[in-house]
Design a protein around this ligand. Structure first.
Ligand code: G3P
Length: 244
């Protein structure tokens, strides 16, 4: 068996791949391609995509995606208002997971709100988590039968110069006693992160369409890949008419 044969193809992975973005066409494409098992977005992605009417966008997504989880984020700084928004988003469709940031912008903990909403039976996606202490705090207040995604921003942890893999492994251990609380590897930086998440047994990773596209190269023959790269340089130099 060649080393290439040992690299799993996307379709053979156990990990659930979610698509992270706010471009409706990409969401529809990903849904129809059948590769992804859920969708996530956030206010920054929505702003970048030029969305101006939050609920219109949310309803459009939910009209297409009816049978996979869709995470939609609250965006106020007051917990009472987040609570109100959470119920509105939750009531849009049964497949909504309401995203609650782990704190507000004043660094006040969202844990009481998470406890309340989760206790009321809302499915949550706790977002912007970067420390194991935050994972433990969330774990403590989730009901035993809670349905929740615990979004740890592994890519941002890596951006800070820390290896996210041991942190994600420990987060898995923390969450293990409550199987409905699933660790979600958020903010990946490259396709390899999908395999790193798979190897440690992380149940979910959310990836942007560009990372997902790169992951279709898993197992590609490296001699072939090298030759394609050489051809790319050659053709681009030619097209540009470079001379030395
Ligand atoms: O899923 C989390 C993602 O939307 C944020 O990623 O790239 O801004 O760290 P990033």
């Amino acid at each position: 068996m060649s080393p290439e044969d040992q690299i799993p193809r996307l379709r053979d992975l156990r990990i659930k791949i979610f698509s992270d973005g706010a471009d409706l066409d990409s969401i529809i494409d990903a849904y129809q391609a059948g590769l992804v098992k859920g969708f996530t977005t956030n206010p920054t992605l929505m702003a970048k995509a030029g969305i101006t009417h939050y609920l219109t966008f949310a309803r459009e997504v939910l009209r297409v995606v009816t049978d996979l989880p869709v995470s939609l984020e609250v965006f106020d700084d007051e917990f009472d208002e987040m609570y109100r928004q959470a119920h509105i988003l939750n009531d849009l469709a049964p497949n909504v997971y309401v995203k609650i940031p782990i704190t507000n912008t004043k660094a006040e903990s969202a844990i009481p709100l998470i406890a309340k909403l989760s206790g009321e039976g809302l499915k949550l996606n706790i977002t912007a988590i970067m420390t194991l202490a935050q994972v433990r705090d969330v774990f403590e207040v989730l009901p035993d039968d809670a349905k929740a995604f615990i979004s740890v921003f592994a890519g941002r942890i890596a951006d800070s110069g820390r290896d996210p893999v041991p942190i994600m492994q420990e987060a898995l251990d923390v969450l293990r006693p409550k199987p409905g609380a699933e660790l979600l590897w958020a903010s990946p930086r490259e396709a390899l992160n999908i395999l790193q998440a798979e190897w440690i047994g992380c149940p979910i990773i959310t990836v942007t369409p560009d990372v997902l596209k790169k992951a279709q190269l898993f197992g590609k023959d490296l001699d072939e890949f090298s030759l394609e790269t050489v051809k790319m340089f050659y053709n681009d130099a030619k097209k540009s008419g470079f001379r030395i």
